[in-house]
Ligand binder design. Structure first.
Ligand code: PLP
Length: 397
């Protein structure tokens, strides 16, 4: 019999995808440059030239049988060693190749991690607003997503709300800093407090509680901010990384999971990740891409372009009279709906050919998300449309 639960997930595509498709249709009617699509988080800067050159070199110079052959299920040992060395140098984690499992991007990293630490009937805490796929991945383990709103003043963790949501069934939490959709970055102070809180809960419930740190935007931080890494504060952390955004390679599907070497059940946890990868069919991440990222640790695409876009769009939007959170990272701007209704805001914006995503799809009402991973030209050209939209709310004279 067909699995109707999966049919339902397949047929109800995300609001973001719907807007993206709508944008394509509108472009065909009114013209490419007349539609301002801020819906999707697809990197707008190309991958670095070093990546293309490295790929060409590998293709030309390597033994094709070895290059395109299976690696071990967890990934090529040298690649995992290169990642461990880089992470140790940058964040002082003390990792080894044996802590790293190569994956087909953050989506696979998250799915495998959740399968490893959340069992049927358990709960996983997510902080709203959050990347909508978390819920799908959590439910795939038979677990339930428990939503905890972040503090509205600074988009850090609301510890009172977190404590109230915690139960004996809580197996894990997901944090995402820099954040999609708000652009907020968790401070060292917040992470220290979170680590103390979770250690207390581990003691109280006599079990390990896992922090899944979803980090595809790790390098995308602005104003010279030094990012605090959850694994630097809390032992039982799983890092879920992806090169989709940092190297502009989302279609190539490459990333990894790193078990924090300080995790209480380090080896057991890694073996469990291998088992989940096996069970889900996520073994041997794309082989060519493993080599490419292994040889280019620390390299990023031109992040300065996003920082410039952020400056431009933030001042443009706030000059129009809209209220927005000033993002410290990622490439999203979270804007308050003047009417208090994010869906209405997104619908009204469509009349001005502006495609912006209502926040309801991220588990929080009353906002929209603007993805500013677009060309500078698009941001500049959209100024008139945003002004007209603001005027329609009486925000501008
Ligand atoms: N996590 C967050 C917060 C994201 O925004 C995304 C993609 O946009 C992902 C995970 C999935 O990333 P990947 O392309 O590496 O699967």
């Amino acid at each position: 019999m067909i699995n109707r639960e999966m049919t339902e997930k397949g047929q109800n595509s995300s609001v973001i995808r719907e807007l993206f498709e709508f944008g394509k249709q509108r472009k065909a009617v009114v013209g490419e440059d007349k539609v301002f699509d801020f819906s999707i988080g697809n990197p707008s800067v190309p991958c670095p030239a070093e990546i293309t050159q490295c790929m060409s070199r590998l293709l030309e110079e390597s033994d094709p049988v070895a290059l395109h052959g299976y690696t071990s299920a967890a990934g090529d040992l040298n690649v995992r060693q290169a990642i461990a060395s880089y992470m140790n140098e940058k964040y002082g984690l003390g990792a080894e190749a044996a802590d790293i499992y190569m994956t087909a991007g953050a989506a696979a990293s998250l799915t495998i991690s959740l399968k490893s630490v959340a069992c049927a009937g358990e709960e996983v805490i997510v902080f709203t607003p959050y990347f909508p796929e978390y819920k799908v991945f959590i439910e795939n383990c038979g677990a339930t997503a428990v939503e905890v709103p972040v503090a509205r003043e600074d988009f850090q963790i609301d510890f009172e709300a977190l404590n109230a949501a915690f139960s004996a069934k809580t197996a894990a939490l997901i944090v995402n800093s820099p954040n999609n959709p708000t652009g907020a970055v968790l401070t060292a102070k917040t992470l220290k407090k979170l680590a103390d809180f979770l250690r207390g809960k581990e003691k109280e419930y006599g079990r390990e509680i896992y922090l899944i740190s979803d980090e595809p935007y790790r390098e995308l931080v602005y104003d010279g901010l030094a990012l605090a890494l959850p694994a630097q504060y809390y032992e039982d952390t799983l890092i879920c990384y992806s090169y989709s955004k940092s190297l502009s390679l989302p279609g190539e599907r490459i990333g990894y999971i790193m078990v924090n070497p300080k995790a209480h059940s380090r080896k057991l946890l890694f073996d469990t990740i291998c088992g989940s990868g096996r069970s889900l069919g996520f073994v041997c991440a794309p082989s060519l891409l493993q080599q490419v990222v292994g040889q280019n640790q620390g390299l990023t695409s031109d992040i300065a372009a996003y920082e410039e876009n952020r400056k431009l769009i933030y001042s443009m939007i706030t000059d129009c009279g809209f209220e927005a959170i000033r993002p410290d990272g990622a490439f999203y701007l979270f804007v308050k709906a003047p009417s208090g209704d994010g869906n209405e805001f997104s619908e009204r914006a469509k009349k001005y050919e502006l495609l912006i995503v209502p926040s309801d799809s991220f588990g929080m009402e009353g906002y929209v998300r603007i993805s500013y991973c677009v060309s500078k030209k698009q941001i500049e050209a959209s100024a008139g449309a945003f002004r007209a939209l603001a005027q329609s709310y009486g925000l501008q004279k």
